[in-house]
Design a binder for this molecule. Sequence first.
Ligand SMILES: [Zn+2]
Ligand SMILES: [Zn+2]
Ligand SMILES: [Zn+2]
Length: 238
Amino acid sequence: MSNCKNCGAALPPDSIICTYCNTRVDIDLGDVNRYTIETPESERICPRCNIPLQTIDINFGDKFLIERCSSCMGLFFDLNELETLVDKSVANVYQIDYSRLGEIHQLKRHSDYPVTYIKCPVCRKLMNRLNFGFHSGVIIDKCKDHGIWLDGGELRQILEWTKAGGQIINERKQLEMERLKLQEERDKLRFQQGPLDGSSQFSNEKGFTISPYSHSESEIDLSDMFSRMNKFLSRFFK
Ligand SMILES: [Zn+2]
Ligand SMILES: [Zn+2]
Ligand SMILES: [Zn+2]
């Protein structure tokens, strides 16, 4: 639970707007000790407010530049930057806190905006809506060419989800999916090879089908014929 930086009141769990003084609170970078505003290399536009985004260096490890809207507190990360930030901020999580995950999942931080597709700050094409980590419940907006947009508050929710072990569940589910895919491919291969009970047939280059047992079958037929002939002839030579 976060508090309003202006009046100190508790913020609603699913919003960054204080219900008492209407201040929009930066809960994502509020804990970052210092960040510096840089000159942007190219202009990027906030998909919520249609104003230019600020480029800020959050001094994370080395220089770590992200874009932020000073009005709505939304953040834009270039491709793979968000994953790097999450990996570096949340390390050594080996346990899953299911009750905390349940709480985080319940939040569904959407009360600040209606559900709608928004434009990429770089190319202005509509972005895809994706569930971060497949199961976090945080719906992020992603342009496959440029990066990920997070509305104010979503970064904190993603970090809390990761801290509670959400990523571990995600990895386990991915592994299980890989295992099922492998099993499926193995079954398919087995089906193509045919059942291994000796009835499989092979085709030669000319396309004739040769049964591997055709030769021995004819031998059996021949010996069967001999034995019947012997029986037949023996009647005359008793
Ligand atoms: Zn307030
Ligand atoms: Zn904005
Ligand atoms: Zn784009």
